[in-house]
Design a protein. Sequence first.
Length: 264
Amino acid sequence: MAQITQFVVRDKVAYITLNRPDALNSFNPELRWALSKHFDEVEANDDIWLAVVTGAGERPFSAGADLKHRAIERDADEAQRAEWTRMQSETTPLNQRWHFPKPVIARVNGFALGGGLELALACDIIVAAEHAELGLPEPRRGLIAGGVGVHRLPRQIGLKPAMGYLLTGRHMSAARAYELGLVNQVVPREDLDAAVAQWVADIVRCAPLAVRATKEAAMRGLDRSLPEAFATEYETEVLRRKSEDALEGPRAFAKKREPRWQGK
């Protein structure tokens, strides 16, 4: 049986692949658990500087919740229900980690619907193939985008555009998502890997503590007024200021050479 996810670390980057293409990479309890455990590793491992998440297959990034699984949940026995509950309590999904410390790129290679879009919304950068479709169609199934989608979408594209999609369940094209500022880049399918690789290379070129300090300040600052955000002391910024890399950057610039980041 194929693994439900793939996890590879290469050159400081974790590549995470949802691997249920026959089910459009939809989320059942096992996939949710495996994905969250991978993000545990990304967060804890200092040798990982960023992550890229994508879906296996030609059609889906992820079609969201596995509705077939939901349909059988009521008939599951007590032991199975207890196991699913244990899995959910053991780790936290990315969309509920309010301040994940490292950059995450969503490589959207197809449908990103429901929980699939909610996963992408929790990422810092979205690179999409031209044929991708994004949406939160939950109301068409008698559901809501309860994986933080109803809250993140208005914050990321504005209230009126978001309500138009939330209340109708409509899909948006990758081009429209780019126009709304939801997607960073849209490229032909055959250029998707190269585009993601360029984003990765540009991030890795930066000092990892500076990247993390920038992300923490930007994201936590959104919860405060501008003067408060500026005056707040951020944990990773304190670490960055005291780091070897804070000295290495100016030193390398003065000597006209590439910096050698240590991440400390």
